[in-house]
Write a protein that binds this ligand. Structure first.
Ligand code: 5AD
Ligand code: SF4
Length: 429
């Protein structure tokens, strides 16, 4: 979502005649888009701001902070770092050039946060050279779930869905400019359109599925409590919808899930995964987990390990619990020490690594429909052959060489998988 927002900020500046600088050192305006999901992300932002301070010594530079940390901290940022010229919260990102103009006049240091003024619609335009094979499109903003550990509802505000027409137009524009795959973004896509009484998420997928030239559809994130049969059926119904679901479970213990205010039990979660796998046998399932949440005992954590063994995810993202301002969990005791959190995270990753490798190994000898995205990081190999990169429909990274000379970028090609690594597959076209 931040990548998407940063891209929209860039587009709005280009529309006002700004050019994108090659490096931070060359820039006249530096805008830092921030995340505040965990303390580490906030520290990274502050340390970046510490580093750019010296750029102001020799030249006129306007420095602004936007996004979730800006929303959370507001004017505190300017108090703490007086060389910051403006602070723009989550809804303000569509007013950026105006805010920068004010800041450049040096008459004030604007702080534009809060949710009183509307977020507005993201710009629906682009320059052709910048459209990637795989693009994101935000379909909704904010979140109403208030998981007790999570800062998102506090910094991104209440859930608002974009109009289907605007989403479809944006996707059509991206496809016309070369995009082949679209990932629909929202904190909880299952509740798309519910508040507004527009169309359901499944209907939105159907509309996107009809867009000519679009090859693949993905979405993230789905909340286990709201994942219904209609969405499960959608994987069978819409041929462009890729067989991959990211379904954050967060913990394997019902007691912890309750404290997290997740509103489902492990039994509910397992049932949903079973239904998904019954409906779409090759579906890849990935998840998010938090270790060391308030009052998580070793027994609770063992339940998380057992869940990993039971479900056998294709991949996970796991995080040590990080207390966040204004969240309900601030009232609970953060019992696990940093060392305990680290150890639990380590054993979780260790266990998952075994399943990721096992799942990947099963691909050897198979042909995988891969959407080629361009040259791999290695690009040109020593033997002068080019190495390409892409993703399977199950969202696994595939690096591959081709016996022919043509450029496969933007095509779905059948790659024969020869080798697998922890986080990628390798094959020949
Ligand atoms: N501490 C650690 N991880 C968190 N996440 C959200 N809030 C926190 C927090 N306070 C994780 C959740 C979520 C992912 C995007 O970030 O696992 O699914
Ligand atoms: Fe945060 Fe929960 Fe909303 Fe996800 S669903 S953004 S974890 S409050």
């Amino acid at each position: 979502m931040n990548v998407y927002d940063s891209d929209k900020i860039r587009q709005s500046f280009e529309n006002c005649g700004y050019e994108i600088a090659d490096s931070v050192q060359d820039a006249d305006v530096i805008i830092l888009n921030t995340c505040s999901i965990r303390e580490k992300a906030c520290q990274k932002a502050f340390s970046f701001l510490g580093r750019v301070k010296k750029l102001k010594i020799n030249k006129q530079v306007t420095i602004g902070v936007c996004g979730c940390l800006a929303e959370q901290e507001g004017a505190n940022i300017i108090e703490r770092m007086p060389y910051v010229d403006f602070v723009a919260g989550v809804n303000a990102i569509y007013r950026m050039p105006e805010i920068v103009k004010k800041a450049e006049d040096k008459k004030c240091r604007p702080v534009d946060t809060g949710f009183d003024s509307p977020a507005g619609e993201p710009l629906c335009q682009t320059s052709k050279s910048r459209v990637d094979i795989s693009e994101f499109v935000t379909i909704m903003r904010g979140c109403d779930n208030f998981c007790s550990y999570c800062v998102v509802p506090h910094v991104r505000g209440r859930e608002i869905s974009r109009k289907p027409k605007n989403i479809i137009n944006e996707i059509k524009m991206l496809v016309a400019n070369g995009a082949c795959e679209i990932t629909l973004l929202g904190q909880n896509v299952n509740s798309y359109g519910k508040k507004e009484g527009s169309v359901t998420f499944e209907r939105l997928i159907e509309l996107v599925n009809e867009i000519e030239g679009l090859k693949r559809i993905r979405f993230t994130t789905s909340h286990p409590k709201d994942l219904g049969d209609n969405l499960i059926e959608a994987f069978k119904k819409f041929e462009k919808l890729c067989p991959h679901i990211h379904l954050p479970v967060q913990s394997g213990s019902d007691a912890v899930l309750k404290r997290m205010n997740r509103k489902y039990t492990i039994k509910d979660y397992i049932e949903k995964i079973e239904k998904l796998r019954k409906t779409v046998p090759n579906i890849a399932v990935t998840s998010d987990l938090i270790v060391g949440f308030c009052q998580e005992t070793q027994e609770d954590f063992n339940m998380t390990l057992n869940l990993i063994k039971h479900i056998q995810f294709d991949g996970i993202f796991a995080f040590a619990y990080s207390p966040r301002p204004n969240t309900l969990a601030q009232k609970f005791k953060d019992t696990a020490s940093e060392q305990e959190k680290k150890e639990r995270l380590y054993s979780l990753f260790n266990l998952q690594e075994y399943y990721t490798k096992k799942k990947n190994a099963a691909f050897v000898g198979t042909e995988q429909k891969t959407l080629a995205e361009g040259l791999s990081k290695r690009g040109l190999l020593k033997n002068e052959k080019k190495e390409w990169t892409g993703r399977t429909d199950t969202n696994k990274i595939v690096n591959f060489i081709t016996s022919k000379d043509d450029n496969p970028t933007g095509k779905i090609v059948n790659v024969k998988i020869e080798k697998t690594f922890s986080h990628s597959l390798w094959g020949i076209l």
